[in-house]
Unconditional design. Sequence first.
Length: 295
Amino acid sequence: MHSFRRRSRGSHSCVRSIRTSSPPRQGGSAPASRRRRKTVPVKLRSPRPVHRFACFLSHRSCGTVPTMADDRSATLRLFLALDIPPSLSELGVALQDSLNAELGSALFRPISADNLHVTLHFLGDCDAERQEAARNALTSVPAGTRSPVVTVEGATVFPPRGRPRTIVLALNDRTAALEQLHREVGYHLEAAGFSLDQRPFRPHLTLGYARKGISYHEGRLVRRTVEQMAIPANGAGQAQSGSTQGSDTERHRYRLGSLTLFKSELQRGGAIHTPLRSRELARSEEESPNGRAPR
């Protein structure tokens, strides 16, 4: 049997009862009725400290242990892309409006006009060291590198088979300048330890996404509508469906803009892309202000 009593702050003592008996009388042991109890104080160890998780919370309030939010803020989701001229952005918005009219919001989810760009390399989640390596990849581009000129080919769907996921505007890099820039930047990124996508580079402008969970027949409708969409002859305005892609005389050439490192933040309403650092590329003096490349 144990009984406890408070001795001082932070420690306890225990009073343990021990059965003792008086010296036995001559001729036999003492009767049980005459036995008495003797209390012997026994000092116990101090109570165990608070659970380690509670200690973590107390240290966190003092700032001695980094919080989980701080750890997440130190990691950024990054990608490298080329800015597009205003005229190409207007064309992308016109195609998005046409897809909305043809498919509706139940099948098509457009991206924000501010997120229209030509992606070179997706880098994924990067810590502080990889963020610095990504910034250095911009400086690895040789001075005097000219911004690539691309030609609009038409709207298409990724992947080429199965249910559609991504709706893009395919671009043609006839001079291979965009392909060379993609290869040079990728070489420096791989040297810095990045693991890049090894699939063939297909330059495109992402317009939006097919809704998740659509049926097989709805997926065929999305693919057919996208592939039959015509590119406006003037590069802007309302696109029309139900006809083939525009002819060579209707396709337009655009000179892309700066090479930019973007931060991508996934939100419920869609990703938010924030530019972190840019590298200007050389441009032609005779190109128009809206980004059209001379023929």
